[in-house]
Ligand binder design. Structure first.
Ligand SMILES: CC(C)(COP(=O)(O)OP(=O)(O)OC[C@H]1O[C@@H](n2cnc3c(N)ncnc32)[C@H](O)[C@@H]1OP(=O)(O)O)[C@@H](O)C(=O)NCCC(=O)NCCS
Length: 379
């Protein structure tokens, strides 16, 4: 039996949603570079990932309206968020539980028809920024801010965080970050969502599985740790080389570096690096960008390691005023677009995902009855 550790190099399904070709990332055939260059909206990208075509104007307006109509959270969900604020949970755990709770309060959660799935997709996609923004305010004792239907997802999210409209540079940056994280072929969290979907489970369970998977530090959880590393370097005020050498000597992974698929360049990095430069210039926090460039240069020279999507996005999020323990939640706000597309695709062409393992444990065991004296009283 040939073993493919971590399923590396194994193709388990066909997809029409996204692809990586010659180090380029494409969403339904559109190169992300073009989507960024042409300044498309995140909403258009969601539509593309779900319908595999760009919307025309009427479809786009209808889509925006449908999303806008579903952004608000019920009082029950707000109350549950408040309760979770007191539990000292990681914000990704709060998000995971809140998505699961949305399923508890959806009387059609178990429905399997296409219309129900589309309705649930719209609702989840629309509510996730509201959940993240509400949680970030509630945990510091502020009231949540209601979503506005007249703003884009990017603008609305920044508005719900602070109560003030963000400027056009910040909104454009947020929109780009959302686009760049929206889908990425069969990454671990997308795979988790598809495994769950392949059992014909409900969409809330699939997204809960995906969020739990994204949370891990060697997947989406890396972005939060990237900024912790930059903060630590700043605190220690030592040379970047000294700091990194110590980590490498301890055989620690450097967060935000390395990738299963990309070995020479992550196509999203150049856009995020540019945004990190623009935003740190704008907010007079150049040190984070400069430190990041130093880290990139040193690791490339020393180990041939390349930054992945999580490296410069950490500085981008920080420059947008977002607390670093919320970074992976922002990743979820975007990647849910891809997850929902993939869950739908999996269900439409379903085959149960059930690989095999090679048993290497003990053999030829025979059962020995326990001696009476070893059995605890009462059992
Ligand atoms: C993403 C990641 C899991 C890819 O893992 P992978 O495809 O299994 O690659 P491997 O772990 O086999 O790495 C190959 C080699 O590069 C090294 N390497 C890879 N990423 C590294 C990193 N971030 N820091 C230090 N060394 C790294 C490995 O130690 C290994 O070296 P070896 O051959 O001497 O043992 C891995 O690069 C990682 O843990 N990165 C840090 C977390 C991160 O940023 N995750 C977000 C990914 S988008």
């Amino acid at each position: 039996m040939e073993i493919h550790k971590g399923l590396a190099g194994v193709v388990v399904s066909e997809t029409k949603i996204s692809s990586i070709v010659n180090n380029q990332l494409l969403y339904a055939g559109y190169n992300i570079d073009e989507l960024i260059l042409k300044k498309v909206s995140f909403e258009e990208v969601i539509y593309l990932l779900w319908h595999l075509k760009m919307p025309d104007l009427t479809e786009y307006n209808d889509f925006i309206y449908e999303l806008g109509d579903r952004m608000a959270l019920s009082d029950t969900i707000i109350t549950c968020l408040k309760i979770q604020c007191h539990q000292k949970l990681h914000p990704m755990s709060v998000l995971r539980s809140t998505i699961s709770l949305l399923g508890v309060f959806d009387e059609h959660a178990e429905a399997i028809d296409k219309r129900a799935y589309y309705e649930q997709s719209l609702s989840l996609q629309a509510k996730i920024p509201t959940i993240v923004a509400a949680f970030s305010r509630l945990r510091v004792g502020l009231d949540p801010i209601s979503p506005r239907k007249d703003l884009s997802i990017a603008a609305n999210f920044l508005y719900m965080l602070t109560g003030e409209e963000a400027d056009s540079v910040e909104v454009a940056a947020m929109n780009q970050v959302l686009i760049l994280h929206a889908d990425h072929e069969l990454n671990a969290s997308t795979f988790a969502s598809r495994v769950c979907a392949s059992t014909l489970s409900d969409v809330y369970s699939c997204i809960t599985a995906a969020i739990g998977t994204l949370k891990g530090p060697i997947h989406g959880g890396a972005n939060e740790r990237v900024f912790e590393m930059l903060l630590e370097m700043d605190r220690q005020d030592c040379a970047v080389s000294t700091y990194l050498d110590e980590k490498l000597d301890r055989k620690e992974k450097i967060m935000g570096f390395g990738h299963r698929i990309y070995k020479t360049e992550d196509p999203r990095k150049k856009h995020l690096k540019k945004l990190a430069k623009e935003l740190t210039d704008k907010t007079k926090q150049e040190k984070w960008y400069l430190k990041s460039c130093e880290v990139e240069h040193y690791l490339k020279e020393k180990k041939g390691l390349i930054p992945n999507v999580d490296f410069y996005s950490a500085t981008v999020y920080h420059s947008l005023g977002i607390n670093h323990d919320l970074f992976t939640l922002l990743f979820s706000m975007s990647r849910i677009a891809g997850w929902l597309g993939h869950i739908n695709e999996q269900k439409n062409e379903n085959c149960l995902i059930r690989p095999q393992s090679s048993y290497v444990g003990l053999q030829n065991q025979t059962y020995q009855e326990m001696k009476e004296s070893t059995i605890k009283e009462g059992y």
